[in-house]
Design a protein. Structure first.
Length: 222
C-alpha cells in the first residue's frame, strides 16, 4: 500500500504545474496562509482568490447555489476566516484527537451555517470541506472520489465508515490512515506555489497529501 500511496501522490503532484487546474489549490492556500492576519483588510482579493479556487475545483457548476452568486457573496466567509482561531489554522491530521476533532466538526458546522444562512446556498459536505482545504488545509475534501476511496478502505473492521458525512468516525479513519502510513507521509515535503509559480514557505499539510491520494486513486479507478 505504501508504494501505491507514493506513486498516486507523486502522479497527482506532477499534474499541478502552475498553469494547470490543480495548482488553483496552491495559489489559494498560499494566499490565505501568507495573509491570514489581514484577510478582511483586502476583502476584494480574498474573495477573488477563494472564488477562483472554488470555480476551478467544480464548486460553481450545475445546480450549485454559488453559481448564482458573485465573489462578493463570499464576504461573510472571509470575515469568519479573518477571525479564525490559531488552533484551526495550525491543525493537521497528525493532531486529530479527542480535543481537536470536536473543534474541527464545529468549524465545519460554522461554515455550513454561513453558507446556508448568509449566502443562501446548499452547504454540502463537499463544498464545506473544499473551502476548508483551500483556505486552511486541515481536512481532506469529502468529494465523490475521496469518499469512495476511503469508504472502500474502511469497509470492514472496528473503524468501518461509510464516509457519508463529516463526523468523528470518519475523521478517526483519516487519522488511522495517517498512522498506518506515517513514515511515508512524514517524509513528503511539497511546498505550495504562489501566483508566480514560485515555491512558498508553506508546506502541504498531511490532510492535503491524504486528499491527493484519495482523490487521485478514485479518479484513476474511474
Amino acid at each position: 500500500m505504501q508504494t501505491d500511496i507514493k506513486n498516486i501522490i507523486e502522479d497527482f503532484h506532477n499534474k499541478a504545474g502552475i498553469t494547470e487546474r490543480y495548482a488553483s489549490f496552491d495559489i489559494c492556500f498560499t494566499y490565505f496562509h501568507s495573509n491570514r492576519n489581514k484577510l478582511a483588510k483586502d476583502m476584494e482579493r480574498s474573495c477573488l482568490y477563494l472564488w477562483s479556487y472554488l470555480a476551478s475545483w467544480g464548486m460553481l457548476r450545475g445546480s450549485s447555489g454559488l453559481l448564482q452568486k458573485s465573489p462578493v457573496a463570499l464576504i461573510p466567509l472571509i470575515e469568519h476566516f479573518s477571525k479564525l482561531d490559531n488552533t484551526i489554522w495550525e491543525l493537521d491530521v497528525d493532531k486529530y484527537d479527542s480535543k481537536t476533532i470536536p473543534l474541527l466538526i464545529e468549524e465545519c458546522k460554522t461554515i455550513k451555517n454561513i453558507l446556508e444562512k448568509e449566502l443562501n446556498v446548499d452547504a454540502s459536505d463537499t463544498l464545506t470541506t473544499k473551502i476548508l482545504m483551500g483556505v486552511v488545509g486541515c481536512i481532506p475534501a469529502y468529494d465523490t472520489y475521496f469518499t469512495e476511496t476511503f469508504r472502500n478502505l474502511f469497509n470492514t473492521g472496528d473503524l468501518q465508515c461509510a464516509f457519508r458525512t463529516i463526523n468523528e468516525k470518519s475523521l478517526l479513519c483519516i487519522k488511522s490512515f495517517y498512522n498506518e502510513n506515517k513514515k511515508f507521509l512524514d517524509s513528503v515535503h511539497y511546498y505550495s506555489l504562489n501566483f508566480n509559480g514560485e515555491e512558498s514557505s508553506y508546506q502541504y499539510t498531511k490532510a492535503k497529501l491524504i486528499d491527493m491520494f484519495g482523490f487521485n486513486y478514485g479518479i484513476n479507478k474511474k
